[in-house]
Write a protein that binds this ligand. Structure first.
Ligand code: NZQ
Ligand code: ZN
Length: 380
């Protein structure tokens, strides 16, 4: 195994009826005024909003509300919210929602001390501080509740970029899987596919790190089983809880131990797709790109892809593993081809150029523009 550093400072409070603990957690950090950031309103329908407000009021925490974070959150909304946070002199951000809300909250929290938000994503400014961030998670997918990464789309330049900073870990994240039971089933599947993708991004970098590879295989199998169970019975709390915990574990450090920082070519290609087509959900782009990328690169590292096919999909070849994964995605209702979104071949060059804007894409194979176009052709 390669040398590694492991550090994750996020306090997780997990389980049924835990949301009402948010007030006391914020209070214990000597914070008396927060900006609550939310999406388009699902938290009012599922009771999360009411529990959060009750808890803040109980502990005398003043708050202002900001709504309107979109899936694939955008820079313009983050900038507008940052102005409010500054003028209202809030002491912390409380993100109540999914990865999109938490990611935008991270951008605002770090942007509070930066010359402007986008410079953090362009890496021309390195954060030196951030407002404290607290989260109440409502959809398990990205692991943003337990990591230091944020993803935002610059909506004037069509760039979906990410940043990571040691100042951007949430202080406390509350995960109550029971509030996910009324998620539309496609959102549950999106969460599972994103989780699976995060694990694969690390797994394929492996060689002989048996502990990390074995953990990742167990997680992948559990994610697949959890989605199968939830497709059959969306109200099953135990499978909700298992999927939620797998999601958090998938991108908080453990799955990447000694994995060279992960591969992440599929994420980079997907971010380019959803930057240009914001109606494509992150996980929808991933379920289309991942099988095609595996098909394109597996011969460069056959042993790890054969191990994945055998230990995750009970398949005796990589090709059979890819086929089983695609069949499973189709069974769940996840998309497996770009044509399902009417994304045609004449757009592939633009997507490839967009993915390459930040720099190199891919480690197992460094992908040039033509490679990305070839992968998109396979995914057509
Ligand atoms: O807007 P609201 O009303 O909150 O509705 C949301 C949204 O429409 C809805 N939803 C959330 N919880 C719900 C619910 N509906 C009913 N009941 C509930 N309990 O679900 C929709 C999707 O929410 P969103 O936050 O967009 O989903 P997700 O958590 O998948 O986040 C996706 C974003 O995260 C980025 C993605 O690129 C994408 O922009 N990522 C962030 C990462 C990170 N920070 O580490 C890594 C990932 O790879 C990813 O790139
Ligand atoms: Zn992802």
């Amino acid at each position: 195994m390669d040398n590694f550093k492991f550090h994750n400072p996020v306090k997780i409070i997990f389980g049924k009826d835990t949301i009402r603990e948010i007030g006391s957690e914020i209070h214990s950090h000597d914070i008396s005024k927060v900006l609550i950031l939310m999406g388009s309103g699902s938290v009012k329908k599922n009771g999360v909003y009411e529990q959060v407000i009750d808890s803040l009021e109980k502990y005398g925490i003043d708050f202002i509300e900001q709504w309107g974070v979109t899936p694939n959150p955008v820079l313009s909304h983050a900038e507008e919210t940052l102005e409010i946070a500054r003028s209202e002199k809030v002491q912390a951000i409380l993100a109540v929602g999914g990865g999109s809300v938490i990611d935008e909250a991270k951008a605002i929290a770090a942007g509070y001390y930066a010359p402007d938000i986008w410079s953090i994503f362009e890496k021309t400014y390195k954060p030196t501080n951030a407002l404290p961030l607290f989260t109440v998670l409502t959809i398990s997918a990205t692991a943003s509740e337990i990591n230091s990464f944020g993803v935002l789309t610059n909506d004037t330049e069509n760039k979906k970029w990410s940043f990571g900073s040691k100042y951007s870990y949430p202080k406390v994240s509350i995960i109550d899987p029971s509030v996910q039971k009324f998620l539309p089933i496609n959102q549950t599947i999106n969460g599972g596919v994103d989780t699976l993708s995060h694990i694969m991004e690390f797994y394929f970098m492996g060689e002989n790190e048996e502990s990390t590879l074995a953990i990742n295989e167990a997680l992948m199998r559990t994610v697949i089983k959890s989605i199968d169970e939830l497709v059959a019975d969306p109200l099953n709390y135990d499978w909700r809880a298992n999927l939620a915990w797998c999601s958090s574990l998938a991108l908080q450090g453990i799955t990447g131990v000694s994995m060279g920082g992960g591969e992440f070519a599929c994420h980079r290609i997907e971010h380019a797709i959803s930057a240009l087509h914001p109606t494509v959900a992150h996980a929808e782009g991933l379920s289309i790109v991942f099988p095609a990328w595996i098909e394109y690169v597996n011969s460069l590292k056959p042993h790890i892809f054969e191990r994945w096919a055998k230990n995750v999909w009970e398949a005796d070849s990589v090709e059979a593993g890819i086929e089983k994964m695609k069949e499973k995605f189709k069974f769940w209702g996840a998309p497996v081809s770009l044509s399902e979104f009417n994304i045609e071949a004449d757009e592939f060059e633009g997507i490839a150029e967009n993915a390459l804007l930040i720099g190199e894409v891919g480690k197992i194979k460094e992908l040039n523009k033509q490679d990305i176009i070839n992968i998109l052709n396979i995914a057509q």
